[in-house]
Design a protein around this ligand. Sequence first.
Ligand code: UMA
Length: 441
Amino acid sequence: MSPLKDADVVARGRAYLESLAGRRVAVVGLGKSGLAAARLLQTAGARVIASDQKTLAALGADARGLLALGVTLLVGGSHPEVTQGADLVVLSPGIPLDSPLVVPARAEGIPIIGELELGWRAMEADTIAITGTNGKTTTTALTGALLAEQARPVLVGGNIGVPLAAHALTFGADGLVVCEVSSFQLETTEAFHPRVAAVLNVTPDHLDRHGSFAAYLDAKARIFLNQTSADCAVLNADDEAAAGLAGRTKLNGHVERICPLGEVFLRGAHNVENVLAATACALWTGIAPEAIRRGITRFRGVPHRIEFVRDLKGVHYYNDSKGTNVASTIKALESFSERIVLIAGGIGKGQDFTALADAARGRVLHAVVIGQDGGKIGSALARAGIPVTESVSLEGALHAARNAARPGDVVLLSPACASFDMFDNFEHRGDVFRGLVQGLA
Ligand code: UMA
């Protein structure tokens, strides 16, 4: 069978899925995205072969379920042969296009798409896509909450942790998808065409993956790739890089009053930006400003984003485990007027921590650092005159932070780093922290 041609793939929904029947499709990576993609493809009648470096035992019951469906698995180690003879390759977001797993398929000209593209093609619903270095999960969740006030069914998914491919067979064409999209996912889009595309902000992150800020910005800008003047682009005028993308969109202007700032529960100026972006996305659906106001005033935020955990003897503990880069942690620091004891560290992804140290000066009274690049953060903070304690565990870090905090202070976990050196992911890190804080006597 010939490789898939463009003409085969412009279709969405059932027609697209039918074009995959009998095709040989390779799925690379079997995390959340790969599992959902493999299941969808196999159900559509494709001949699916999937690979993951983890063993079957480590991948768990969901991967074993694929075997039962008839998917061929290549697991436990690197398997570049997975793409041999494939008509299509579906990549997990965590796997870069220059991975040795992907290079042979690219050289052969085999079409390569990501799970986001696959899931989007497999459904027909209009899509609102939200990206940005920071705030995209909060904005996506809030947009979803605002849309609960209108009649169309809503699916909140994407990078927020719900692969579109997992819902493609059941979510109807009359619905609205609110989709958090990452630069990793956008790198492998092709036909992906959100009716509303929002870029909240772009600051250096994932430079280890993209190679440069320009390449990262290019990936983000792909969100507009297939938009036309009939669609809507939402940009943050106060963010230089995001505003600079205006030239890559087709824009007009519109002003709407929604609610006073005092009605927003979320902390921090950055959350005002998130609320504005979610409002703009929701307005596109025709929902009444009054309904948006109700949704905003009720919204209490999402876990792991400056999440209030507990007041213990006048010290307020916050979990901001989703603070996985410097810009995000700076925004968290700027959200408090109280003195902060900061817990930070993890995998630094090649970031420079000078800006973090500058923002911490005068705000952070003590820092406790953990993880692979904790030492680097500690040195930057120490140069800014901030006392630093190093700890080998999150539990130890929490105890050190507790000792340093006085009534009226805030203890904030906001690592400015990825979590994979010590935890499965940022949710795991945040859950562990929350549990430890709740267990403090
Ligand atoms: N793997 C290999 N070989 C490799 C690399 C990875 O086999 O060379 C395997 C791993 O063993 C693992 C699988 O690939 O089993 C992991 O795939 P993945 O990293 O793409 O993770 P998923 O579980 O599919 O989760 C992805 C997103 N992860 C990443 O982009 C890294 C999740 O975003 C997302 O929620 C999920 O899809 C559903 O859409 C997380 C994230 O950290 C939250 N995103 C980054 C961010 O927000 O900054 C972009």
